[in-house]
Ligand binder design. Structure first.
Ligand code: NAD
Length: 496
């Protein structure tokens, strides 16, 4: 599938109907063209959705254990290709190799977990209030699931969405980010190798505002599953509301670590470094706020800044590099503008704040790890998701104040607290408003067998992964069977 034949429709690799392509560039070396990909539009979406709709009839009647076996095989194929896929990912979207391996591992874990769902209970029985009536409820697929995914977890996120959808009998059209199309192509190739029949998984590459928007509108789509920014998710939710279409959205975050006065500061610093700068701060769970009790703020800040100074920025495929590039020039410029505005609003630049320009950085999108102090909740930098290697230190006067600061944004994805107190641990769990709560752990590090997602502007009430991973793409069907062989009508709720 070279030279733009990167759409996978009904089991065939093909170019966009109009033959248009777009180019993917390496973020650590923008001179390096990684490939040309189909720039799809409505015509390609129509073909893909129709193929998925046709395949649905057969796939939904394929026994669930057989569907699960294909997903388990996909896990084996991912494991066998982990290193190659991780390298492709590092090049394409810039996360360091060790993290790219983790991204693939998440998909492997998900395949192993969800593969087994094919043999798990998919409903329950209850007693009827009528004699000789059997009642049961079972989970059924919804049809064609449209998946629109971001670039920052280009294997894990399609896996979180796709495996639960497939094991429950849905078919899929995937629209990956235009910033990471190559990894999506590899992922879909592996699904075909695992035995996913033609039409069950389809791929259309291209631009969000073009093929992404078209996919949301496609008449035969039953549910849209989106992960990406809150702004895009908002647009998609509005369209889906007017179409009367189900939609599940996982969106932005403004996550925080609270460091209390009884915390293990060494551990807190390590957790803060990983949370703030892992994936160059481009994780939905990145800790872009460090809320520190005033009694330990100066000590924590000194220790944290020393650790930041030792971070190595560079090509993500080189050993010893901690921070790779930012995804593109536009994002890099946006990050810098946030820093400039924060300083003019009164924040103190404690470290970084510049684009890196040495010879090894000259053709890539590299930004210094950056730390701002004296930040308060009313500042833009304390409220907006920056999505880059930037974090801020905010001082809290006590436990309650720290909780209030943590909850003071519109987002509710991941919040963490470092403390040795059992009482504060459970109070924090109670009062922090987010889908993921960590104690003495970084804000990133979700495991695939727990629910993943956020409250308020991070989500619209759904969760991915965990036991309820297939909720977003299934319906409940309640069934009542009269086996009395009697001609007497017995009605529920009606007195006799
Ligand atoms: P983005 O919103 O720019 O793009 C996400 C996807 O939507 C891409 O495939 C894009 O092509 C598509 N898209 C863009 N405009 C569209 C439109 N009008 N209609 C339909 N599709 C459209 O986000 P991104 O930059 O790829 O990813 C970063 C964002 O994703 C961050 O905000 C991050 O927090 C969020 N994210 C959230 C989670 C989570 O689980 N909550 C996980 C990872 C990333």
């Amino acid at each position: 599938m070279h030279n733009g034949a990167t759409n996978y429709i009904d089991g065939v690799w093909r170019e966009a109907v109009d033959g248009k392509t777009f180019t993917s560039l390496d973020p650590s070396d923008r001179q390096h063209v990684l490939g040309n990909y189909a720039r799809s539009d409505t015509k390609d979406v129509t073909l893909a959705v129709e193929a998925a709709h046709r395949a649905y009839r057969l796939w939904r009647t394929t026994p669930a254990p057989a569907r699960g076996a294909i997903i388990t095989r996909m896990g084996e194929i991912l494991a066998a290709n982990k290193e190659d896929l991780a390298h492709q990912m590092s090049r394409e979207m810039g996360k360091v190799l060790v993290e790219a391996r983790g991204d693939v591992q998440e998909a492997i874990d998900m395949a192993r977990y969800i593969g087994a769902f094919g043999r798990m209970p998919d409903g329950y029985t209850v007693a009827s209030e009528r004699p000789d009536v059997e009642c049961f409820a079972r989970r059924v697929p919804v049809g064609v699931v449209a998946m629109i995914t971001p670039w920052n977890f280009p294997v894990a996120i399609p896996a979180w969405k796709m495996f639960p959808a497939l094991v429950t009998g849905n078919t899929v059209v995937l629209k990956p980010s235009e910033e990471a199309p190559g990894v999506a192509v590899s992922f879909v190739q592996m699904l075909a190798e695992a035995g996913v029949p033609a039409g069950v998984v389809n791929l259309v590459t291209g631009m969000g505002a073009e093929v992404g928007a078209d996919l949301v509108e496609a008449p035969l789509v039953s549910v849209v599953s989106f992960t990406g920014s809150t702004a895009t998710g908002q647009t998609i939710m509005e369209r889906c509301a007017s179409l009367g279409r189900r939609v599940s959205c996982e969106m932005g975050g403004k996550n925080a670590i609270i460091v209390l006065d009884d915390a293990d500061l060494d551990l807190a610093v390590k957790g803060a470094i990983w949370s703030a700068f892992g994936t160059t701060g481009q994780r939905c769970t990145a800790a872009s706020r460090l809320i520190v009790h005033r009694d330990v703020c100066s000590k924590f800040t000194d220790q944290f800044l020393r650790a930041v100074q030792s971070l190595v920025v560079g090509s993500p495929i080189h050993d010893g590099v901690d921070i790779g590039p930012v995804i593109n020039e536009r994002q890099l410029a946006g990050i810098h503008e946030y820093v400039v505005r924060a300083v003019s609003a009164g924040a103190t630049l404690l470290y970084g704040g510049n684009r890196l320009r040495g010879p090894e950085y000259s053709s890539g999108c590299f930004y210094e790890p950056t730390v701002l102090g004296a930040v308060t909740t009313d500042m833009e930098i304390a409220q907006m998701e920056v999505f880059g290697p930037i974090t801020v230190i905010m001082e809290a006067s006590n436990f309650e104040h720290a909780i209030d600061i943590a909850n003071s944004t519109e987002y509710g994805l991941s919040l963490s607290v470092y403390t040795r107190s059992t009482a504060r641990t459970f109070r924090a769990i109670e009062y922090l408003d987010a889908g993921l709560i960590y104690v003495n752990l970084p804000t990133s590090g979700a495991e695939i067998h727990l629910p993943f997602g956020g409250t308020r502007k991070t989500g619209n009430g759904h969760r991915e992964a965990g036991l309820h991973a297939a909720d977003y793409c299934t319906e409940w069907k309640a069934c009542y069977v009269n086996y009395s062989e009697s001609s007497t009508l017995v009605r529920a709720q009606i007195d006799v």
